[in-house]
Design a protein around this ligand. Structure first.
Ligand SMILES: Cc1cc2nc3c(=O)[nH]c(=O)nc-3n(C[C@H](O)[C@H](O)[C@H](O)COP(=O)(O)O)c2cc1C
Length: 209
């Protein structure tokens, strides 16, 4: 699947088929997570793969009773070794980079799952202390950041709404909008269209030869 298609067609999946995920597929998803960028390449993420149904039930309960989580064959609990990042980057490392690094890994997991025909969802609403207790995580060592249920989708949700690029983009200064948006966006659109046209013509000429 082409990268941009993968990004645009991914959806949060909250209903799964009763079908196991082959280990090599799960391996690929976690491998994708490990390829995320991280501050100083510290890779402060750890992944707990949960398949046990009693544990899944307890986790769903600790996730503010999101019982749909139990329908996933696998829950991956993403944990952060924030101390590791704090040692290198101080408070900013602990409060910001440690979280951002794990977030990048989670997004890679969601996209990899989708590219492999699976569905997933980023779940952040849970009682951290309860999750730690269920999974024997020592909170002074690692902190659970997200639960990612993964499985074969049993639903195909409609596209969720997105703000327009023009609405979320400023130019040069905070809140500075363009006076003539269509001219700028249109210009770059035109430049790209011409570049693609040139490449296509070049390819056609090559084929003719
Ligand atoms: C930090 C974070 C926490 C989230 N927590 C939950 C959650 O607890 N339960 C849930 O069903 N979805 C959760 N989501 C998923 C969002 O609801 C979902 O991404 C959003 O509605 C956009 O839909 P989409 O993922 O299909 O594009 C969370 C997403 C993020 C990024």
């Amino acid at each position: 699947m082409e990268a941009f298609d993968c990004i645009k067609t991914r959806r949060s999946i909250r209903k799964f088929l009763d079908r196991e995920i082959p280990w090599d597929i799960l391996y690929k998803i976690i491998e994708a997570a490990t390829h995320a960028p991280s501050s100083g390449n510290l890779q402060n993420w750890r992944f707990i793969i949960v398949t046990d149904s009693i544990l899944k039930h307890k986790i769903a309960e600790a996730a503010l009773e999101q019982y749909w989580l139990e329908t996933a064959p696998v829950l991956i609990v993403v944990c952060s070794l924030e101390g590791k990042v704090e040692r290198f980057y101080g408070l900013r490392g602990k409060r910001l980079y440690a979280i951002q690094n794990c977030a990048a890994a989670i997004q890679n997991m969601l996209l990899a799952a989708h590219a492999l025909g699976l569905g997933a969802c980023w779940v952040g609403a849970f009682d951290e202390e309860l999750i730690a207790k269920i999974l024997d995580i020592k909170l002074d060592e690692a902190r659970p950041q997200a639960i990612v249920p993964i499985g074969y989708p049993d639903e195909s949700p409609a596209e969720t709404e997105r703000d327009k690029v023009e609405q979320v983009t400023y130019f040069n200064k905070w809140k500075e909008r363009l006076k003539n948006k269509p001219a700028v966006f249109g210009y770059y659109g035109q430049v790209l269209r011409e570049a693609v046209k040139k490449q296509l013509e070049k390819a056609k000429r090559k084929i003719k030869k």
